[in-house]
Design a protein around this ligand. Structure first.
Ligand code: GCB
Length: 650
């Protein structure tokens, strides 16, 4: 299980951030680092034995997987569920085994000055890793990376192919994140022997496998372990506070250079911590809020270590956006200007790949977001791939970064075991994503049973811990509770509320939406005087179903639901409502149930990313809002709007 240790409290930005041991810098090729991508076909076997433990009894990690039984070709990254024709594998619960042979360059294996790391971007849910049969890592929780130092192992087998084995178990229990339960069906007249099913309390398919890239990468033996950057702005000067952790040497020099986009060095510093000053800094602005959104500097960190064998250096370059985030009682400010979230909720989900990372899909999704005029999304309901976050930085898409705390509804899931794990997950998430300018708020959970009494202590602790990890960003969780019953809401900075009026309640009654949305906003506002985001709303629409007057599941009904919400949002958005995120960007797969028609159809795009009628409605609205809220001195949105008109006419 991944676990970070506390090592120190350090000064940052005048507030103090809790610093964690162990970095999680994204593997990068630099003059001192190499990287090998292990994407491709892996050998695969699901352990169908009754107790799912045959693989451990027979030690499948000790010899090549194909020597202990039949194997399948399995693409990585991808979920294993939907690539085959076997329903048993699609719905499999238990241990699956992945294996891949890799040729490691001899220079990596033989050079004692080279550190070789194996890094897994995400393995859902519990993973154990062996290299050449030797246990090297264990990790609990999908959606977040983990790594192992395999240098010594490679040296003992230099020149031999290296065998990477990963066993992954997708079973969810009341203490996992997200939680779930295994239900054993013991009525032998109705179910076969040993029959069990996985119950979950969330609305997406529990895809599993090696979902993100697996890398081997190198660093020198003394290396830059971690970099933390916290920006500030003082008048027109950008201040970049940095903190660098070095591993492997006490005796080193650190040089820090900040480059602008044109390749000019604009500030420099030395030492493990400091502040860079950038006069007339170009700030990182969200998409559609500035003529040059998403301006990124590059922070080049060079470590120089004197060793017995001579001078060794390590270089790492981090993209840096200079921007500030502030929350008042009724506004969300980016760089001191009010920001209105007009965006979406997403899922990592697509045909065949399931939750597997795919560049083509990612670029398509970002092109759709920009077409839509969306300036933000929430990573509902778990952290997304690091490559997604990188594109958000580059395109100016603002992110509410959500932990996999979805479906926390049973009493058991509010106990200490769950809470401790949730604290660790927040540490891993903040450690991974803290340097992304696009991340403006952490969300610790979605729709927990926050009306239960233990939710008060749970969220108080969880939110305080997250703020200690990162004092520079607001923290929230997404609620579907009544305001007066919500035991977690007192601790959040921004109220995020989900509602489905005229869908799950008053089904078919479009006429009640506006009143119910307004009443809900007023009730929350009266109790808390905090800014509010409508963090989910929507309706299922089966693409191609038409009905006028509108009826549920038709494209027309989905559009009217949105329009009715918009009327209420427009009344309050100049006041204390600071955002609206449609549920959902695209249709996505769920468990089979009488509530779902081949998955959840609340997407404004189909699962294949084709627009439904509602996408055009939302597009018109988002561009209009962007235009209204533009900075008065900028002409650019008009230009953008003209461009998009140009695109739509062609
Ligand atoms: C919600 C959940 C989301 C569901 C959605 C729905 O409140 O947060 O995960 O998919 O409702 O469509 O029911």
């Amino acid at each position: 299980m991944a676990c970070w240790l506390w090592v120190a409290w350090v000064a940052a930005l005048g507030s103090r951030a809790l610093v964690l041991a162990g970095g999680m810098l994204y593997p990068q090729e630099t003059p001192s680092r190499e990287r090998k991508d292990l994407s491709g076909l892996w050998d695969f076997r699901a352990d169908f034995s009754e107790d799912r433990n045959q693989g451990f009894r027979e030690r499948w990690y000790q010899s090549p997987l194909r020597e202990t039984g039949p194997v399948l070709d399995m693409p990585v990254p991808a979920s294993f569920n939907d690539v085959g024709q076997d329903a048993k594998l699609q719905n499999f619960i238990g241990w699956v085994w992945y294996e891949r042979q890799v040729m490691v360059p001899q220079s990596w294996a033989r050079d004692p000055g080279t550190r070789v790391m194996l890094r897994i971007g995400s393995a859902h849910y519990y993973a154990i890793v062996w290299v050449n049969g030797v246990h090297v890592a264990e990790h609990e929780g999908g959606h977040l990376p983990f790594e192992a130092d395999i240098s010594r192992l490679l040296r003992s087998d230099a020149g031999e192919p290296c065998r990477v084995t990963v066993a992954i178990n997708n079973t969810l229990t009341p203490h996992t994140l997200p939680p779930g339960q295994i239900e054993y069906k013991t009525d032998r007249l109705r179910y076969p022997k040993n029959y069990f099913i996985q119950l979950t309390h969330f609305d997406f398919f529990n895809y599993a496998g090696l979902h993100r890239p697996v890398f081997l990468y190198t660093t020198p033996a003394s290396y830059i372990e971690d970099i933390s950057v916290t920006p500030e702005v003082a008048q027109s000067t950008g201040l970049v506070n940095y903190e660098i952790v070095v591993h492997g040497s006490e005796n080193f020099e650190l040089d820090v250079l900040l480059w602008d986009k044109e390749g000019r060095a604009v500030a420099k510093g030395t030492g493990a911590r400091g502040q860079l000053q950038v006069p007339d800094a170009q700030l990182w602005w969200p998409y559609l809020m500035h003529e040059q959104p998403a301006y990124l500097y590059s922070l080049e960190v060079t470590l120089v270590v004197q060793t017995g064998a001579g001078t060794v250096s390590d270089v790492y370059t981090l993209p840096v956006g200079i921007r500030t985030v502030t929350v008042t009682h009724n506004q969300f400010l980016i760089n001191g200007k009010p920001f209105y979230f007009h965006g979406v909720n997403k899922h990592e989900d697509s045909d065949i790949r399931g939750k597997g990372f795919d560049w083509a899909l990612l670029v398509k999704d970002f092109n759709l977001l920009r077409w839509l005029g969306a300036n933000s999304f929430r990573t509902s309901h778990y952290p997304y791939a690091e490559e997604v976050m990188q594109l958000c930085d580059r395109y100016g898409i603002v992110v509410i970064d959500e932990a996999p705390g979805v479906g926390i509804v049973q009493w058991e899931s509010f106990g200490n075991i769950s809470l401790n794990h949730h604290l660790e997950v927040m540490e891993e998430l903040v450690q991974r994503d803290k340097n992304h300018p696009s991340v403006v708020m952490w969300s610790v959970a979605n729709e927990p049973a926050s009306w239960l009494p233990p939710a008060a202590y749970y969220f108080k602790t969880l939110i305080a811990h997250t703020k200690a990890l990162d004092p520079t960003r607001p923290v929230t969780f997404v609620s579907n509770s009544r305001p007066e019953a919500d035991n977690g809401a007192p601790y959040v900075d921004v109220i995020c509320i989900n509602s489905y009026y005229s869908w799950y309640h008053d089904s078919g009654h479009l006429e009640v939406i506006q009143l119910q949305v307004s009443t809900t906003f007023e009730n929350w506002n009266q109790l808390y005087q905090k800014p509010i985001i409508q963090s989910e709303y929507g309706a299922d629409a089966i693409p191609g179903f038409h009905q006028d007057p509108p009826k549920m599941f038709s494209e027309e009904y989905q559009k009217v639901v949105l329009q009715q919400y918009h009327l209420a949002l427009d009344q309050k958005r100049k006041d204390y409502v600071i955002g609206e995120l449609i549920w959902n960007f695209a249709d996505f797969m769920t468990d089979q149930s009488v509530m779902r028609v081949m998955g959840n159809k609340k997407g404004i795009f189909t699962r294949q990313r084709q627009p439904k009628g509602s996408a055009f409605l939302l597009r018109e609205r988002y561009w209009r809002i962007a235009n209204e809220t533009r900075h008065p001195h900028l002409a650019m949105i008009t230009q953008c709007v003209e461009n998009q008109l140009f695109y739509s006419l062609n």
